[in-house]
Write a protein that binds this ligand. Sequence first.
Ligand code: PGA
Length: 252
Amino acid sequence: MRQKIVAGNWKMNNDKGETKQLIKEIKKSIKKLSLKDTRVIVAPTFVHLASAVKRAENTKIEVVAQNMHQSKNGAFTGEISADMLKSIGVKTVILGHSERRSYFGETDAILAEKVNAVLENDLETIFCFGELLEDRKSENHFIVVESQLKNGLFHIEAAAWKNIVLAYEPVWAIGTGETASPEQAQEMHAFIRSIIEKRYGKDIADNVSILYGGSVKPSNAEEIFSKPDVDGGLIGGAALNAEDFTAIIKAI
Ligand code: PGA
């Protein structure tokens, strides 16, 4: 079912004390909000994931992972498996973030395997994709987004879409202060829905939640979220501050 979602990707930020503090502040500030159908998600670093899950118990905050390895277990130094995440109560994993793609060599093929691992373990993924600045300048952004989706996701069965949330994040807007205009976001989100509809039908296309990510902040969130095909946001920088994050949640 299509849902409204505000997800904070904390990336490599927040030590033990800061993680504790930020969860505490978010808990307090969202208490007064009526969040009926809105999901509030945070993705702390792996080191503090288990403690964050505990701290968020019995609240509206869902604690998710920033990444996951595709293998069940084995000799993969430094990596984290689906079983490990499940054993601490994590149910959702961000995959394919542009920083994973560009700094850590995650290709569409690797991401397709990670998606399979998510589905085999009945986890959910927030699957990220988006074009580079040069793709947009050369007007190849639709082609790039379509191929990222087809190569990473379009092998899954129709029934598996209930475990998929999409996050369109134009790379030129991530951490740069530059945001896609609400019209650019809407145009791409509608395009994404149209290619899903072509492959899987209208019902699945209408029901998938598509988040926008890239310099979302309190001052622009409301306008972006007002677009009909934008179901929420994946927030980086502004998610590190409880007041800003809460303002973005209010905007939805
Ligand atoms: P940003 O990051 O909000 O800091 O641009 C978004 C993201 O990387 O998901």
